[in-house]
Write a protein that binds this ligand. Structure first.
Ligand code: SF4
Length: 246
């Protein structure tokens, strides 16, 4: 598998925000969201080729839950939680084996996905789905972007896949909110999916920088109070201003 990066931080988003976690970032995503904060992981070649055994070893070598000792401060990552992210992990055919082997090592597995592909029977404790709305569409800065815009529009929302994911896994649905105008599209998307537990729905400010996060959080908080959906933090932006490896 092509691995973009493996690092230790706090989960920044979702219902597990604040929980120390090891992140395994797979390379490659077919979408080109205009506000994507991991553009460095878009290309399938944006990383190093690791065997699954080497990935698991990299996670486990430092992830000795319950065995952090005074003799080895800083050499271990004392957590049970692993987040497989991207890019888009669900388009990787080796994902089932990777999560199966991490699960066999007694890890809690979150998969972060845009919800554009379905894989059954994954060893996954939390499917963290962030469906992409029209606010993610690339902007037409030049003619070369037009193909990307058409491709992104075609790929970004697959209602049948979203339905399969929520029917098959414990899940959270995180919608990125850029403005008040996004709410009707969110509600329409939820109606189309159907059978969504509103307690699993979160609204997350679209923000790549700390300033942007602070500016948009109040608007999203008000929207959460009106709708009853949960506010989704972005601790990696708030605490580290979205530096790579956080
Ligand atoms: S789906 Fe996620 S990783 Fe892919 S372009 Fe959009 S925000 Fe970036």
């Amino acid at each position: 598998m092509i691995i973009n990066e493996i690092f230790y931080s706090l989960q920044g988003e979702g219902f597990l925000a604040g929980v120390p976690s090891v992140f395994v970032r797979l390379a490659g995503c077919p979408l080109r969201c205009k506000w994507c904060d991991t553009k460095y992981a878009w290309e399938q070649t944006s990383g190093q080729d690791y065997s699954i055994a080497k990935i698991v070893q990299a996670v486990l070598r430092k992830s000795a839950w319950g065995r952090l000792t005074a003799e080895s401060p800083g050499q271990q990552w004392p957590c049970k939680f692993v987040v497989v992210t991207g890019g888009e992990p669900m388009i990787n055919s080796d994902l089932p084996q990777l999560v199966q082997e991490l699960k066999a090592a007694d890890k809690h597995i979150t998969i972060e996905t845009a919800g554009i592909a379905f894989i059954p029977d994954l060893a996954c404790d939390l499917m963290s789905i962030s469906p992409k709305l029209s606010n993610s569409a690339p902007t037409a800065e030049d003619r070369s972007q037009k193909t990307e815009i058409r491709r992104q529009k075609f790929l970004r929302l697959d209602i049948a896949v979203l339905r399969e994911l929520i029917d098959s896994y414990d899940y959270q649905l995180k919608f990125v909110v850029d403005s008040e105008n996004d709410l009707p599209e969110i509600q329409e998307t939820l109606e189309k999916i159907g059978n969504v537990d509103s307690e699993n729905v979160m609204l997350m400010p679209q923000a790549v920088t700390r300033d942007e996060l602070l500016t948009k959080s109040q608007m999203v908080a008000d929207m959460c109070k009106r709708t009853g959906f949960a506010f989704c933090q972005r601790l990696q932006v708030l605490l580290w201003n979205n530096q790579r490896g956080t």
